[in-house]
Structures are given as structure tokens and as C-alpha cells.
Design a protein around this ligand. Structure first.
Ligand SMILES: CC(C)(COP(=O)(O)OP(=O)(O)OC[C@H]1O[C@@H](n2cnc3c(N)ncnc32)[C@H](O)[C@@H]1OP(=O)(O)O)[C@@H](O)C(=O)NCCC(=O)NCCS
Length: 176
């Protein structure tokens, strides 16, 4: 009989020595190097960049900011005192639907609570990301009820071309 090997995942804060590997594993198609600024958030003491590992392979990540959301459209409507914020979450395609994002979010919530946060929020694409939306809803995150708003970000592709992308997002949140 074939027995299925249970997947053992470890979640730890990112370390400086791992950043090149994280860029290579998670973001091979961009020169933007997105993992470095997430690590800097952690270095500034504003949050933690949590990495999920399967043996020596990084398989997922989420950035928790216990300093809270800084998007003006969110701050305008929400009392962000003692509010944590989750962003930059993803699981490698081959490791999805195994509970990795769930484990990362649970760990982020535990850390946020330990830091004295009483609520936590995140932004999710309003139309094109039903999987992420369903996952967050199952974890108790609810729509903030203030509608959608656009977010923009800059990137540099493999050829070195700069570009801007934008997306409509919704803010979801829950009490901790
Ligand atoms: C969204 C994303 C982060 C989810 O990551 P993930 O590690 O697959 O998430 P999980 O495995 O914890 O949960 C996904 C689903 O698998 C289910 N699942 C968890 N463990 C499972 C298992 N052992 N067997 C089968 N299904 C399982 C979960 O219940 C969940 O189901 P739901 O969608 O009905 O709630 C991932 O799809 C991703 O990287 N997408 C692209 C980037 C992105 O969209 N990021 C979020 C931006 S807001």
C-alpha cells in the first residue's frame, strides 16, 4: 500500500542570508526584488516577514505589519489603532491547497495578538482572486463594507522594463 508522507512545514521569520534564495524561488521573472523591502519592514521593527519552509525549500510567505495598514483609503474609514495588516502572501503553485497559507495566517495572527493588536486586515483583489477571497472568508475575515478601491504598484520585469500595474481591491478584516 502506498502511504502518503505528511507535509511538515516550518514557519520562521526571514533572515538576511535567505533573501537571494527567496527572490530566486518565488520571483524569478522580475528584477524588482520584492522580498528585500519586506525584510526591511521586519528590520525596522514594524512587522515580520514569515516564510514557510518544506525542508530547505521556501514554499510560502506572508508579511505581517503590526504597525497596521497605511493605505489612506483604509485609514480614512477604519480605526487602525491596534490594527495589524497582512500583505504579500503567496504559496508556490506546487504546494497550494495543503494548508500552507492557512498556517502562515494563523501564525501571523498569533504574533499580532502577542504584539497587542486587537484587529487584523488585508486587501484582496475584488474580482480576479476568488481562491484567496474564499480562504480569507473561511478564516473569519469579513468585508469592511466601504466598497472597492484601486491600488497601484511598480515593477521591473526580467528585461529591465519598468511598468505600473493596478488592481481593484476590497479590504477584509477581523477581530483578534
Ligand atoms: C491564495 C493562496 C495564497 C492560498 O495559498 P494555499 O497555501 O493554497 O492556501 P491553503 O492551502 O491554506 O488554503 C487553500 C484551500 O485549500 C484547502 N486546504 C487546506 N489544506 C488542505 C488539504 N490538506 N487538502 C485539501 N485542501 C486543503 C483550504 O481549506 C482552502 O480551501 P478554501 O479555499 O475552500 O478555504 C495561493 O493560492 C496563492 O499563492 N495564490 C496566488 C497569490 C495570491 O493570490 N495571493 C493572495 C493575494 S491577496
Amino acid at each position: 500500500m502506498m502511504s502518503e508522507q505528511a507535509l511538515t512545514i516550518t514557519i520562521k521569520p526571514a533572515e538576511a542570508s535567505q533573501l537571494e534564495m527567496l527572490e530566486h524561488e518565488f520571483s524569478p521573472d522580475t528584477l524588482s526584488k520584492p522580498h528585500y523591502p519586506r525584510y526591511e519592514v521586519q528590520q525596522r521593527g514594524e512587522g515580520v516577514y514569515l516564510i514557510a519552509w518544506h525542508d530547505r525549500t521556501p514554499v510560502g510567505h506572508f508579511l505581517l505589519r503590526w504597525s497596521g495598514p497605511d493605505d489612506t483609503r483604509v485609514i480614512k474609514y477604519i480605526d487602525v489603532t491596534h490594527c495589524a495588516y497582512l500583505e504579500a502572501g503567496a504559496t508556490s503553485a506546487a504546494y497550494r491547497r495543503k494548508g500552507i497559507a492557512t498556517a502562515l495566517i494563523r501564525e501571523a495572527e498569533r504574533v499580532a495578538r502577542a504584539k497587542g493588536c486587537t484587529q487584523i486586515g488585508l486587501e484582496v483583489g475584488s474580482t480576479d482572486n476568488p481562491e484567496a477571497k474564499r480562504l480569507y472568508e473561511h478564516l473569519g475575515y469579513g468585508n469592511w463594507g466601504q466598497g472597492e478601491f484601486p491600488i497601484n504598484w511598480e515593477y521591473i520585469d526580467k528585461q529591465g522594463n519598468r511598468g505600473t500595474e493596478s488592481e481593484m481591491v476590497t479590504y477584509l478584516h477581523k477581530r483578534l
